[in-house]
Design a protein around this ligand. Structure first.
Ligand code: IPD
Ligand code: CA
Length: 317
């Protein structure tokens, strides 16, 4: 199918994610990257390196597949190279400004733009604040959608020398870089599986917080009510890494309100292929309102506890 088999898309995503991750590691300025802008709040930053990573990823994929579309954190919806330029910044977009054919943002349910067979969902650095501070949990995340469905996902975590990948129906895989830091694809990949049958009271639950104070007020209330009911809470600073941690059984569950499609498109498939359930509240698909990920047995219990805490709200401003 025009070279758009999920396995081929995954291989391209792996090559490009590794290249971007290496560039981000080798070219990170010694004093930290330069903040070039802010988005939803003064602490929601974009650095020169987020933009450089995004450019590299889109350019490399376009070299190979010029007819594909993109949805990327810093540029928003980018139409195929073969169509007229159409770039919409995600932080400035309003529904009435989205032109026909351009992907709408954040939900992941819109069709791939006309003429494009594949849409790539990109987070050039997930965990930008960790990258800014020199902490290891940040990732390059690349997913490939066909007909609006993610069929391949790659999350590369250079700070840990780990590459997670999945093709729909093919399980979830982890490759480690060798000590010499050689190509992430050169070591044998091993399958990963999420934990199953974990009791809520014994669950290690990861979560994250948005950048806006009104959202954090409620997120703080919810996590305070959850804490006495579970083993413990973790906040690593990258939703993509958190979801891969669910996939690898390093935590038992993850939930967060307010994450964007590019945060979870690739890692969500990886967690799903590792056996986790990913959904929103009360049968909704996972999305900006809420995403919950957990293995068999735990998902329903965590879901019901969260539902009782009414987590899909923000404090009045
Ligand atoms: C953020 C990280 C963080 C999560 C935020 C995301 P960014 O993405 O995934 O863990 O709590 O909701 O926005 O800004 O680093 O790409
Ligand atoms: Ca992100």
């Amino acid at each position: 199918m025009n070279g758009a088999e999920p396995g081929e898309l995954a291989e391209l995503a792996i090559a490009v994610a590794v290249r971007a991750g290496r560039m981000l590691t080798s070219q990170r300025p010694p004093g930290g990257p330069h903040v070039v802008g802010t988005k939803s709040s003064p602490t929601d930053v974009v650095t020169e390196m987020d933009r450089a990573s995004e450019r590299l990823i889109i350019d490399r994929i376009r070299d190979v597949r010029p007819g594909d579309a993109f949805l990327s954190e810093e540029s928003g919806a980018v139409r195929p190279d073969t169509a007229p330029p159409d770039t919409v910044r995600p932080d400035t977009v309003r529904p009435d400004t989205v032109r026909p054919g351009a992907a709408r943002l954040g939900t992941g349910t819109q069709a791939t733009p006309a003429g494009a067979l594949v849409r790539w969902i990109i987070d050039p650095i997930d965990g930008t604040v960790n990258y800014l501070y020199g902490l290891p949990d940040w990732a390059v995340s690349i997913a490939a959608e066909r007909s609006g469905r993610v069929v391949a996902g790659v999350v590369y975590v250079p700070g840990r020398g780990e590459l997670f990948s999945a093709v729909r129906g093919g399980g979830a895989w982890l490759r480690r870089e060798s000590a010499e830091g050689s190509h992430a694809g050169t070591e044998a990949a091993r399958p990963v599986h999420c934990n199953s049958g974990v009791a809520l009271s014994e669950a290690l639950v990861a979560t994250g917080f948005g950048y806006e104070a009104a959202r954090r007020v409620v997120q703080g209330e919810v996590v305070a009510r959850l804490l006495p009911r579970v083993r413990d809470i973790r906040r690593a600073g990258s939703a993509a890494v958190d979801l891969c941690a669910v996939a690898a059984g390093r935590v038992d569950a993850f939930y967060e309100r307010g994450i964007n499609y590019w945060d979870h498109a690739a890692a969500g498939l990886i967690a799903e292929e590792a056996g986790a359930t990913i959904a929103g509240l009360n049968g909704k698909v996972a999305g900006p309102d809420l995403l919950i990920a957990a293995g068999p047995g735990l998902f329903a219990r965590l879901h019901d506890l969260l539902a009782a805490l009414d987590p899909e709200r923000d404090a009045p401003t």
